[in-house]
Design a protein around this ligand. Structure first.
Ligand code: SF4
Length: 189
């Protein structure tokens, strides 16, 4: 499903209402630390492209944060290339596809990385706290944690989606961009 472009003005609200936890986490860390390591830049950057953030807005978005950490000049020199690259404007000009849940779940984030799937890569304590911050009630948190203990990460994400939106998600979650578009359908209906 295609959605109209998302604008930078709305992006914080949209992140809160419609991003899956993996992307919400990256988004919040970027806003907090004004930096993300390579794996996080790829995972979030391609997701944002998938939700309809245009290249110019993507550059402005990343630059606003990174400039506060490394300065605008270094951003232009070291980081803007890979953003244009993700949009197929550099190198082989491949139009790169946003990562699926399977790819994110099987990634191996190291120290200081914020990419990956929280259901797979967070500690129980951090995951429980993140679920409460998303407004998931304690009974639903228990159900989500059961799925996690059985290593059913995408089912855990599906239950979170259902708890947050108060609406069922029969197809299950298999892609962060699907989580987003299913969420937007509910939010806009
Ligand atoms: Fe993201 Fe998929 Fe994990 Fe949900 S199951 S948090 S959409 S990677």
């Amino acid at each position: 499903k295609e959605f109209a472009e998302i604008s930078l003005r709305d992006i914080d609200d949209i992140a809160k209402s419609s991003f899956p936890m993996c992307m919400r986490h990256l988004f919040e860390k970027l806003r907090e630390e004004h930096h993300l390591k390579h794996g996080g830049r790829m995972q979030l950057g391609l997701f944002l492209k998938g939700v309809g953030l245009k290249l110019d807005d993507a550059l402005a978005f990343w630059k606003a944060e990174f400039s506060r950490k490394v300065g605008a000049e270094r951003f232009d020199k070291e980081y803007s290339y890979s953003i244009r690259h993700n949009y197929g404007r550099e190198g082989k000009r491949t139009d790169y596809t946003p990562y699926s849940c399977q790819k994110i779940i099987s990634s191996t984030p190291g120290v200081g990385d914020h990419h990956g799937c929280p259901y797979r890569h967070f500690s129980e304590e951090n995951l429980t706290a993140a679920l409460s911050r998303m407004g998931v009630n304690s009974r639903a948190v228990g159900d989500v944690m059961n799925k996690v203990r059985n290593k059913h990460y995408q089912l855990a994400c599906t239950l979170t989606f259902e708890a947050v939106h108060g609406s069922s998600c029969d197809s299950g979650i298999n892609h962060p961009n699907q989580y987003f578009s299913d969420s937007q359908i509910i939010m806009k209906s």
